[in-house]
Design a protein around this ligand. Structure first.
Ligand code: ZN
Length: 309
């Protein structure tokens, strides 16, 4: 079984390498990569599964944090406290570029959903959360933001939920140039605004596969520079991704960021997990609120990238 997984992962990698080569060849405009998408979702699931084991492969630079080094390790001690109104500093300011969880000293968690390929699943979990009065954060791919789904995305944007960027399509940053990442970032903002009909300035960003480092575990200079250019000071990762609700319950702790996808099995898990979180006294918040990433900037005019911007 393990060998099959490795062969599968290798095939995914080949697909991605091929896809990315296509993306790199195009200097000025986006290349629609269709070959990478299904494999991408599966590979991200594999990454999530690896994370369940206690390691985030792409975040070796942050592996020194004791809470992430060993799944069997005791719960981490309290890290930084959220900024107060007196200091004016955000909690995120004290964090590394890649953030995997929020403050451990507050009983708050954020539930997130990536990719958003299946609109029926998004609708189902969104309605479920609205009935319970709790927010979620959705990280759709830009090319999954379709005009035919405009009413759904408008409802999400107008609700207590948050919409963040997962880039335009699911390309691994490790194989992309600075310009390539920039295009993905601004294009996703364009796609969202186009669907909403107004400007919704995203503040949360999750890189495809959660990958943002080089082979040594250092954040990619290209990624950091591109993110900062478009106002993202951090990338948002996760520390819980089990789709088995009982296993997820065991992983959740203060500040957890939970990763799910728009799939039936994930929705089923969340319908058990979210009521349990509420019952246990966790406050469900958006990623931007958990990490204090800033406020969504709303404006009448949809963002359209201008050359040199
Ligand atoms: Zn993804």
């Amino acid at each position: 079984m393990k060998l099959r997984c490795r062969v599968f992962a290798f095939c995914c990698s080949l697909t991605l390498l091929f896809s990315c080569a296509l993306a790199e060849e195009d200097d000025g405009s986006l290349v629609r990569i269709t070959t990478g998408l299904p494999a991408a979702e599966a590979a991200e699931e594999e990454l999530a599964a690896e994370t369940d084991g206690g390691e985030t492969p792409d975040a070796a630079a942050e592996m020194a944090q004791p809470d992430e080094a060993d799944a069997g390790a005791p719960a981490p001690s309290v890290t930084a406290s959220p900024a107060t109104e007196e200091t004016g500093e955000r909690w995120a300011d004290s964090q590394p570029f890649g953030i995997r969880h929020g403050p451990r000293d507050q009983k708050k968690v954020a539930v997130t959903m990536d990719d958003c390929y299946d609109r029926a699943c998004i609708r189902e979990i969104f309605d479920f959360c609205q009935e319970l009065g709790v927010p979620m954060t959705f990280f759709p791919l830009g090319d999954q933001l379709k005009k035919k789904d405009a009413e759904l995305w408008k409802a999400i944007a107008a609700s207590n939920c948050e919409i963040g960027s997962h880039t335009n399509h699911h390309t691994n940053w490790q194989h992309m140039s600075y310009n390539g990442i920039c295009i993905h970032l601004y294009r996703t903002q364009e796609c969202l605004d186009e669907v909403l009909g107004y400007h919704y300035g995203m503040v949360s960003l999750r890189p495809p596969f959660g990958r943002y480092t080089n082979e040594k575990g250092t954040p990619l200079a290209t990624a950091v520079k591109a993110c900062n250019r478009y106002g993202y000071e951090h990338v948002v990762l996760w520390d819980v991704s089990q789709t088995n609700a009982e296993l997820a319950k065991a992983d959740v702790q203060n500040g957890s960021i939970l990763l799910y996808h728009a799939r039936a099995k994930d929705v089923k898990c969340l319908k058990t997990l979210i009521p349990w979180l509420i019952q246990e006294g966790y406050e469900l918040v958006t990623v931007k609120d958990l990490l204090q990433l800033g406020e969504i900037e709303i404006g009448p005019e949809p963002y359209v990238h201008k050359k040199g911007e």
